[in-house]
Design a protein around this ligand. Structure first.
Ligand code: ASP
Length: 581
């Protein structure tokens, strides 16, 4: 089946040409003696005009039929400026119905009110919508740009196995039973972390991979059980050299895909700074509502609510400029809930009216504290100030960070085609997990501590900072990376601190630590979530819109109905018995 042009191609300069086109019927309009059909393919739409000699066949044609037509390009009387081909139409001289279509469960158009599960069930039709095709094309351009950039810098793309041993990235593993090795399981990789480090030990020096990763965790709008990341590892590079490499990568991606000029170098914030100011380790710095430290003002507060925290705790305030009259009691209750949901112990507020507070805060502050707050926070008529406090600095920062995001969601609209990019560095190597009663790795256990902090590993691990860097864009963590430990004893020590016994270290990582004995080069790397990058650059609402065949929020594919039951025969071969709950 030959076509001379695609459906997005014909222009005024093609008038009088005889052309042949193929595509799907997007719309049919019957105007008595003339029938107009918009023919669609990946490239666009072309308007076809059928005269009455085609009546019998045009009566049969319905939406989503596949047509092959021949015709003559003519100038339209009234051009349609919304369409690339809007200045011409094609007077049809021949038509062949290549295939018919049933009525589709939703209309194939950019705007849709179909439920997401219906779109996922008929994903092949959803992907016929031009906006979805555009998303996948943008995603392709992103990976192409990544590959070009890294290839120019001598990086090589190497695949690592999917059926493998557990790699700890903080989630549960997806396990695959082995038929041949009864009772044993492969783990799908949470990332290629161990393999890319082993490739450095092999001397490959500059590796990358567009890698599939699998993490069994509760889904959110920016998470999927299987997802893709650009995974990079290098030997002999310093932290700042790796960061420069990454900045060049994003300069190229934004230029190639969006024609956007990213200003370099990117800003660098320490973990302490972003938490103090934005209450998040992945802040969008454009939103306003910054957290302000007012601990000093409250150091001697005597109120029942605050006195326990007053001397040693952290007090954080957020000012809503001119918003007092926009926030009802009900709004404030909802904001309080948000703060509590995110680990805060309380939220109180004061509205500014006639140079004094009204609201819950009046009962908690003395006249002197009130006037100090007014001058420190530059409070004016109709401002609202929110206050929370906690003995844990981190907890109050996180809780107020959640409040900041919620206020911004209600009151700030950001330009999605602009990019707020920054680095966060100086993370702690460990976080204390109260439930488990042990330290866990902030990044992962292969992250190298700062040399000058190694002395705290035995005495106070919470003081050890890590060579760990996160790249943040528009409030999303785009990627994380670190310099790695390359010394066997240090690697064992870190495993011990996160609570692994000698036996567990040997069983889970014996092969990995053993490799460290054979001339391990200093190395480091980073990985970026491709789905998130595509989400931001396509300005989509969810990462499901930039993945061809995603799962829904229950980790189910409504189209194939995976996951599904296995047959008794398969289970027997896999030596698995299912117990009914
Ligand atoms: N493996 C890490 C991750 O998936 C990235 C890295 O350290 O390179 O987050």
């Amino acid at each position: 089946m030959k076509r001379t042009h695609n459906n997005g191609e014909l222009r005024l300069s093609d008038v009088s040409k005889e052309v042949s086109l193929i595509g799907w019927v997007a719309k049919k309009r019957n105007l008595g003696n003339l029938v107009f059909i918009d023919l669609r393919d990946r490239y666009g739409y072309t308007q076809l005009v059928f005269d009455s000699s085609f009546e019998e066949i045009t009566n049969k044609i319905k939406n989503e039929y596949v047509l092959n037509v021949k015709g003559i390009v003519v100038k339209r009387k009234d051009a349609n400026s919304n369409l690339a081909t809007g200045e011409i139409e094609v007077n049809v001289t021949f038509v062949n119905i290549v295939n018919t279509s049933e009525l589709t469960p939703f209309i194939i158009a950019d705007k849709t009110d179909a439920l997401e599960d219906t779109r996922l069930k008929y994903r092949y039709l959803d992907l016929r919508r031009p906006v979805m095709q555009e998303n996948l094309i943008t995603r392709h351009k992103i990976t192409k740009s990544m590959r070009n950039y890294l290839d120019n810098l001598d990086f090589i793309e190497i695949e690592t196995p999917l059926l493998t041993k557990a790699t700890p990235e903080g989630a549960r593993d997806y396990l695959v039973p082995s038929r041949i090795n009864a009772g044993k399981f492969y783990a799908l990789p949470q990332s290629p972390q161990l393999f890319k480090q082993l490739l450095m030990i092999s001397g490959l020096e500059r590796y990358y991979q567009i890698a599939r990763c699998f993490r069994d965790e509760d889904l959110r709008s920016d998470r999927q059980p299987d997802f893709t990341q650009l995974d990079i590892e290098t030997s002999f590079m310093s932290e700042s050299e790796i960061m420069d490499l990454v900045e060049g990568l994003f300069l190229n991606i934004l230029k190639d895909v969006k024609g956007y000029d990213l200003k370099l170098p990117l800003r660098k914030f320490t973990y302490k700074e972003v938490m103090d100011t934005y209450g998040s380790d992945k802040p969008d710095t454009r939103l306003g509502f910054e957290l302000q430290d007012v601990s000093e003002i409250f150091a001697n507060n005597n109120s029942d609510l605050l006195k326990d925290t007053a001397a040693d705790g952290t007090f954080k305030a957020i000012v809503g400029k001119g918003l007092a009259s926009d926030l009802s009691r009900k709004d404030i209750d909802a904001l309080t809930l948000e703060v509590k949901k995110n680990g805060g112990s309380f939220l109180t507020f004061g509205k500014v009216s006639d140079n004094t507070f009204t609201g819950a805060l009046t009962k908690l502050v003395s006249k002197e504290e009130e006037s100090e707050l007014f001058s420190k926070l530059n409070l004016e008529e109709n401002d609202i100030v929110f206050l929370s406090a906690h003995l844990s600095w981190e907890k109050v920062c996180k809780a107020m960070g959640a409040l900041r995001n919620e206020l911004a969601r209600r009151f700030v609209s950001v330009d999605k085609s602009d990019y707020d990019m920054l680095w966060v560095v100086d993370f702690p190597l460990f976080e204390y997990d109260e439930e488990k009663g042990t330290y866990t790795s902030t990044h992962h256990p292969f992250t190298r501590p700062y040399d000058e902090d190694i002395k705290y590993l035995d005495t106070d691990p919470s003081k050890v900072r890590a060579h760990h860097y996160d790249l943040v864009m528009n409030g999303y963590e785009l990627g994380s990376g670190s310099l790695r430990i390359y010394n066997e004893a240090m690697q064992k020590k870190v495993f011990e601190i996160i609570g692994l016994s000698d036996e567990e270290i040997e069983n889970q990582f014996g092969f990995f630590i053993n490799a460290f004995k054979y001339g391990t080069p200093p190395h480091g790397g980073v990985a970026f979530g491709l789905d998130r990058i595509a989400l931001i650059l396509t300005e989509s609402e969810t990462i499901r819109d930039v993945i061809a065949f995603p799962k829904n929020a229950s980790a189910v594919c409504p189209m194939s109905e995976a996951p599904s039951l296995a047959s008794a025969k398969q289970l027997k071969e896999l030596h698995i018995k299912i117990e009914k709950e």
